[in-house]
Write a protein that binds this ligand. Structure first.
Ligand code: SF4
Ligand code: SF4
Length: 77
């Protein structure tokens, strides 16, 4: 079964509106709205992370789901 597509989350307060994520996206999943990027076609996002990697201020991120490792938790305590 193919997992559902993930689309990035954009922190519009941190975003400086440079447009790098929009021009980098290979599937045109992003577009500029009100001067800031928006995921206008989430079904086209392949979760390639090019937008995240290219953002100069870390304002766009894919929704990673991190499962805590119980061994790490033991070492932290
Ligand atoms: S993860 Fe890839 S396909 Fe999805 S919006 Fe970012 S650059 Fe586009
Ligand atoms: S690359 Fe980052 S700062 Fe530039 S428009 Fe996209 S989210 Fe905003």
């Amino acid at each position: 079964m193919t997992p559902p597509p993930s689309s990035p989350w954009i922190d519009r307060m941190t975003c400086i509106g440079c447009g790098a994520c929009i021009s980098t996206c290979p599937t045109d999943a992003l577009a500029r709205l009100d001067g800031k990027p928006t995921v206008t076609a989430p079904n086209r996002c392949t979760a390639c992370a090019a937008c995240e990697d290219g953002c100069p201020v870390g304002a766009i991120q894919l929704p990673y789901f991190i499962v805590p490792n119980p061994i790490w938790e033991e070492r932290i305590q």
